[in-house]
Design a protein around this ligand. Structure first.
Ligand code: ATP
Length: 303
């Protein structure tokens, strides 16, 4: 619930995860308030799944700390019940039917919402007698999502939930996700490459690249503090104090730039336009990809 007294959904300090010598996450600091729908975006290999698996307690950090809903991830059975997770490959039990999945969910989860599960199964066109092993990728994703949601968790963690869904199913899924989050006052943390989906449903954004947090915050604040500038060539060399250059590109006799303004800084004198979420994410990802200050993995680690 959006309650100022609730602990953060996710609180990471210096969070680092290495697989052998490969660095997946490096010194990440994050504090995400509860009641948000959080979009986790970043290129392939950025560390998104690693962060989500850490949040579920499936893997342990190499260094640093992570607290989820105020406690160590998967601290005990009660904490496990507060978090629902759907992994990237939306695993289901191939030999079991859709109905078996719901019965198993009911036995394993004290807060199981049978009515929600049955309603969702019907909404997405699944039949209780269908074998899970014979479902399409998208149908499997819907089943896995239903099982996670019917636990009525406080935090729903979804790793690329809509990747296997067709556009109509994706639209419906996002709609139901918003309904569910609103109805229960739950938080949702979802990784996605689909920036349009993120723009549609997320009110909080985390951009990861090269294992580091490049940008994090409430979407409305981030958009209010970023602008697109159009200025005659060369003028952007002399940015006023309080403006941070995120990305810059030539545009004929002009240059376009995405800049971040500190709170209270007046907008600069050049043409200023608002920035959309997709453009903002791409600006930070572009900067991370070309920024020599972002440490690239060592040759050994990259192997
Ligand atoms: N079990 C593992 N063993 C070794 N390396 C791993 C393991 N899991 C992830 N990695 C590495 O950690 C890095 C981050 O991977 P991760 O799966 O978290 O990225 P991602 O952002 O989810 O990527 P994608 O968008 O492709 O799913 C990558 O370099 C990956 O190769």
């Amino acid at each position: 619930m959006t309650d100022q007294n609730s602990p953060p959904v996710l609180h990471a300090e210096g969070l680092t995860k290495r697989y052998g010598r490969r660095v997946a996450l490096s010194h990440c600091d994050l504090q995400i308030p509860s009641g948000r729908v959080i979009g986790l975006v970043g290129p392939n290999g950025a560390g998104k799944s690693t962060l989500l698996q850490l949040a579920c307690g499936l893997i342990a950090p190499t260094a640093g700390t992570l607290r989820v809903l105020g406690a160590r991830p998967a601290a005990d059975a009660a904490h496990l019940a507060r978090v629902g997770y759907v992994a990237q490959d939306t695993p289901v039990y191939a030999a079991l039917t859709v109905g078996d999945h719901l019965r198993m969910g009911a036995r394993l989860n004290p807060s199981w919402d049978a009515a929600l599960a049955e309603r969702r199964i019907a909404q997405v066109g699944l039949h209780p007698r269908q074998k899970a092993g014979r479902l399409s990728g998208g149908q499997r994703a819907q089943l896995a999502l239903t099982v996670a949601a019917a636990k009525r968790p406080e935090l729903l963690i979804l790793d690329e939930p809509a990747a296997a869904l067709d556009p109509l199913a994706r639209d419906g899924f996002l709609h139901h996700l918003m309904e569910y989050v609103g109805e229960l006052g739950a938080s949702a943390l979802l990784s996605s490459h689909l920036l349009g989906d993120v723009a549609r449903v997320c009110d909080h954004l985390v951009v990861l690249a090269a294992g580091r947090v490049q940008l994090a915050g409430d979407v409305a604040d981030l958009l209010a503090h970023h602008h697109r500038l159009v200025a005659p060539r060369g003028e952007l060399d002399r940015l006023p104090a309080g403006l941070e250059l995120v990305r810059r590109e030539p545009a004929g006799a002009y240059e376009r730039a995405i800049v971040r303004t500190a709170a209270g800084t007046p907008p600069p004198a050049w043409t200023v336009e608002p920035v959309g979420l997709e453009e903002l994410v791409l600006a930070y990802l572009g900067r991370a990809a070309g920024d020599p200050t972002v440490p690239a993995p060592s040759p050994e680690a990259a192997r």
